[in-house]
Design a protein around this ligand. Structure first.
Ligand code: TXA
Ligand code: MG
Length: 340
């Protein structure tokens, strides 16, 4: 399949190109597009055949549900059977934006969107290109991150192209995304909201809006016991093994030197401040604050190639604010956790 690619600026969506992309979506095809978090791979959420093309292109397991994207709250309310007050407050406060709410589905979306669950994840992205595409096609669009399953999510159109060119009908290039990690997924189908995936909207922000918010115990367990992320984590994986390293820059340097002594070429990902104090074969400074680090994370994970370095060492970050999402992704991407 030839993948059609359209280029535009984030702030100046090209109406003609978006019309063409919307036509492809209406015809049951897959189109990748930018959101403020990561690029998504979209298809008509009400058409199970179109949705199945997403799973095929990504190589995604069919038991992993997709998020349905819409342009407005009014459209969103047409996909769910109940819209509780807490969900309304969250939507009013944080959307359009990097938040996904999980609510009871009313069955309008195809059952392969929800992987057979009774609930559906719904989201209103803020990105002007995503907004215009959703308004133009007038459909709910199922869209996971537009990467091959298991690889880091795409934050540029070139990442999408590298993974999916020839496997999808279209790619709308709207430049680099912004937030860099995916939306926060909050289950609002129970009385107390539960964060299922940390992301662009922090737990602190959610609590300020609606009071008590729980975090899925499965996430807490991972953070409590990150020493052996183990084989089950194959998400966000770079091409070469990655170790998370806790501690001061001089401790990190000790590990770099030890591994280089055994003939390994070492790549490093760290905050700019730490990176400035280290010596290795390739160093990627991620930025000086957690928001900047989040926005560069996935690009950095894709930079290290086989044959270029043998091992990546990545600094650990505080699990506050968007750092919770950053560490959640890093723990899934890493093969080991070392602190000395
Ligand atoms: O920022 C984002 O959320 C991006 C952009 C493209 O919108 N999308 C994204 O989709 O990250 P994906 O498919 O890569 O991740 C969706 C996450 C998965 O962890 C999935 O298990 C969860 O949301 N999810 C979706 N529907 C759910 C549901 N009904 N119940 C529980 N979890 C759900
Ligand atoms: Mg994904």
């Amino acid at each position: 399949m030839q993948t059609k690619r359209w280029n535009m600026q984030k702030e100046q969506p090209n109406h003609q190109a978006i019309q063409e992309a919307a036509e492809l979506l209406k015809n049951g095809e897959t189109v990748a597009f930018p959101t403020e978090t990561v690029y998504g791979l979209g298809a008509n959420a009400a058409d199970s055949r179109a949705v199945s093309k997403i799973f095929k292109a990504k190589g995604r397991p069919e038991d992993n549900p997709l998020i349905a994207h819409v342009a407005t709250k009014e459209q969103l309310s047409k996909l769910v059977s109940i819209l509780p007050d807490i969900a309304k407050t969250l939507l009013d406060t944080f959307t359009p934006g990097p938040l996904t709410v999980v609510l009871p589905s009313n069955g309008v979306c195809a059952s392969n969107v929800t992987a057979g669950l009774s609930t559906i994840g719904v989201r209103i992205p803020e990105h002007p290109v995503a907004q215009e595409l959703l308004k133009t096609c007038e459909l709910p669009i199922a869209a996971p991150s537009a990467n091959i399953s298991g690889k880091p999510s795409p934050t540029t159109a070139d990442h999408v192209w590298a993974d999916l060119q020839g496997k999808i009908a279209g790619l709308v290039d709207g430049g680099p995304t912004g937030v860099g990690v995916e939306s926060t997924v909050v289950d609002c189908s129970q009385d107390i909201p539960v964060v299922l995936r940390p992301g662009g909207i922090t737990k602190e922000q959610l609590e300020e809006a609606v009071g008590t918010v729980m975090v899925d115990p499965a996430l807490a367990n991972t953070s409590d016991n990150p020493k052996s992320p183990g084989m089950k984590y194959t998400h966000y994986a770079p091409e070469v093994p990655m170790w998370l390293v806790a501690g001061m820059p001089k401790n990190i340097q000790v590990i770099i030197d030890r591994e280089r002594d055994s003939q390994k070429r070492i790549g490093v990902m760290a905050s700019t401040e730490t990176a400035d104090q280290l010596q290795a074969d390739r160093i990627i400074p991620l930025g000086s604050d957690l928001r900047e680090i989040a926005s560069r994370l996935y690009d950095a994970l894709r930079i290290f190639k086989n044959g270029d370095v043998d091992l990546i060492l990545c600094e650990t970050f505080p699990q506050t604010d968007i750092g919770l999402a950053v560490m959640n992704r890093l723990e899934k991407a890493a093969t080991a956790y070392v602190d000395h």
